[in-house]
Design a protein around this ligand. Sequence first.
Ligand code: AMP
Length: 617
Amino acid sequence: MGKAIGIDLGTTNSCAAVVENGKPRVITYKGGQSTIPSVFAIDEKGDRLVGHDAKKQAQLNPTNTVAAAKRLIGRNYHSKTIEKVKQVFTYELVEGESSEVLIKVRDQIFTLEQISSAILRKIREVAEESLETEVDQAVITVPADFNDRQRQAVRAAGKLAGLKVLRVLNEPTAAALAYGLGKNLNQRIAVYDLGGGTFDISVIDIKERIFEVIATGGDTFLGGVDFDDRVMQWVLESFQKQHGIDLSYDRVAIQRIRDAAESAKIELSSVMRTRLCIPFITKNEGGGGLDIDMELTREKLEELTGDLVERTIQTVERIFREAGSTRQQVDEVLLVGGQSRMPLVQRRITEFMGKSPSKGVHPDEAVGIGASIMAHSLAAATANDDVTLLDVLPMPIGINKVDGSMYVLFQKNQALPDHQTRTLTTSKDNQRSIMLRIYQGEARLCADNELLGTFVFNNIRPAPKGKVQIEVSFHIDSEGILNLTARDKQTGQTVESTLKLGKVTDDKGKKDGAEDEAPPPAAAPPPVAFTMPQSSLAASLGSDLAAPTTPPAAPATPGPDVTATETRAETTKTERVPEKPSERTTAKPTLPPPAPAEEPGLWAKVGNWFKGLFGGG
Ligand code: AMP
């Protein structure tokens, strides 16, 4: 067995750390740098570049240089956020077969997992060189707000990079470990994590070696690059006003302005004014060179980005409400992530919390250090190194109701791991399959949440309607990853299931989500099949990633719509599943009864099928 390391896979930079002789430390790159840019590129010779080499040539090769790809992981190609990103990203995004985002670099199509795995492989190589030993296991961190699909994509990327992923760990939880382990603390802390691409806030109770997340949340689309974009837009508008030239169509110019904007922004954390100087950004009508030479003050930067900082403060307020915690109950506030170095962020947090942030952690290194502590604890498995991490589900998981809203199976901030069962039944005589769509997100309507997958339970034994009962078990593990198993309650037989990741838009107008017939096999592209009980979203998402993906195939044809008329349901609450390093010691919040009070009226209106599915409570 090789060594286990912790990896902070960041949007802009990544960092690795290791525990040696009982002490965690950041692994440094050859030049002494502790981070590696999360950048991938293919140069004109066809060579693949990762990290510093890729970043260095970005201005000359912007269309074939992939940066900030973490922002795209697990996203639907048709989402509003991807629409926005397409306008500012310099590389080409392509739609995948399941509406996922793929990236085109020099005529090759890559999945997000492949891009992330290239960065992870680089980190692994750097670590092996530095530690002079094989590295084959890792704990990889993700934003606390990542959904199931995003977590699985990171797991898959780790596997592709040849790493055994010991755990996918939330970034704020990792920072809390770096801060609190070995100090015999009894504290409530808030971790404010504003990195390159994401913002997270978590409220965590530390009791010696037990780290219990009380509430977590954030914004996977708010980070340092948004601050850079604001400066970039300001430069573009000023240039257009001055010269009448719109540079936003010039990808090389955009890349140069973005780099200069980021440098100016960083400088303004320590000085009050700076200059953005970019020679020969374009030509004028006469063919002469035009430069950018502008002054940017800290005051102007704060004016351009103040609303972004306010957005983080509003999220902090909301998470405190969800945690049932007052600001006074928080003993320490940790600021992590490079963007938290901005003086405006520090000022607003100090004002909001009524206390200065802790100086106890390094903003760039805390997450990697925490991940290495967890990796060491999981790999070493000695009593002394045992750490207990008790995390929560960042966003609700549920299924579609007939009115398009989400029936929540697992609540936000649900303590993990957790387990629920529901019983489905048939609505037609001799019905052979049942479909179930699973969503994750905080929106009321499923359409505004992330479709995690569509499960089709196949080869159901022929019987009169309502006579076959399929018990579906939903298990969310300690990483927030969902697994499904199903069995025929009467026979005890496992029910075969397939997971489809079809386009969400294919099913518009259909009675979505609870019970349906599967599409006829001939009309649909082959689904990703797997056998229970390993059935999980992870199993399917992680497959088929070893080679660059071919461009998208035709969408699946939706199957016929079916209405169930007589069904029964039941909920089984089960014991928490103990897991390494140790069990959660606190009481599990009770789930609300599956049928909300107003449901009978709704059911009466729309028919009995949904009532049948979950009405047994
Ligand atoms: P991370 O993902 O934690 O590496 O954070 C990277 C982000 O932090 C990038 O957007 C950087 O531009 C930003 N950043 C790094 N240092 C500073 C600084 N001193 N002031 C403001 N932003 C910074």
